[in-house]
Design a protein around this ligand. Sequence first.
Ligand SMILES: [Zn+2]
Length: 272
Amino acid sequence: MRPRELLAPPALAATRLLRRFRPDGGIRILMLHDVPISQRPALAALVAGLKAAGTLLDPATARRRLEGEPGPGGVLLSFDDGFASNLEAAETILAPLEVRALFFVCPGLIDLGEAEQRAAIAANILRGQRPAPEGLMDWRGVERLAALGHTIGSHTRDHLRLAGLSPDRQAEQVGDAARLLASRLGAAPDWFAYTFGDIDSIDRSALAEIGRHHRLCRSGVRGLNTADTPRLALRGDHVDLEASAVWRALTVEGGLDPLYRKQRRRLDGMVP
Ligand SMILES: [Zn+2]
């Protein structure tokens, strides 16, 4: 058992106790990636639990709430990178429960041939940390997601890390992706998620470029989104489907939020 798993039960109990005194009306955006078959039962249990609790928001409602419409908060699901397993999860887990989610894709990678795409996934997405599990959805898959009522967002053109790129290359990664997605889907997406999601993977000029093309930008910096959260600095909570249910509950219920206070402040400071 990993050390963090030992700490999860008491931390979860403390989080639930605190919530009783400070009910949160904000929006939590969960962040998932590829969902191999071995992780589908955990995803199915998570989605069914959130659905039964009545806390799931669809992307359109979440967007209106984030833009100021009054109403109860909730949880929004998002999937990064556009792996083929995302479509399978949408068909087999989300569709039967009538759950709508956000899917962030990289249009430049979708267009690559099979061998080039595998190389790009290994180099740009997984960066040698694990072997490429599978290929990406093709455009028919992306269009199928849209037809199922899901919302497609941009995740840069080629899944490059935006921080530190020249402004020209940032404009290419953000602007080209918006144009490619608009030509396929009829309109540039409202939503963007920057690659890798951590605070060191974004900078001021990249966020300014994102703001030229999109209304909302989700990070991977943990926290609850409220009416005061800048729309280009939305918090996102990575969910580890291989972790124990208690650890997953801790992350989903905001138990790790206090550890990201400084990062949230840094992110807000980059918003143009
Ligand atoms: Zn990604």
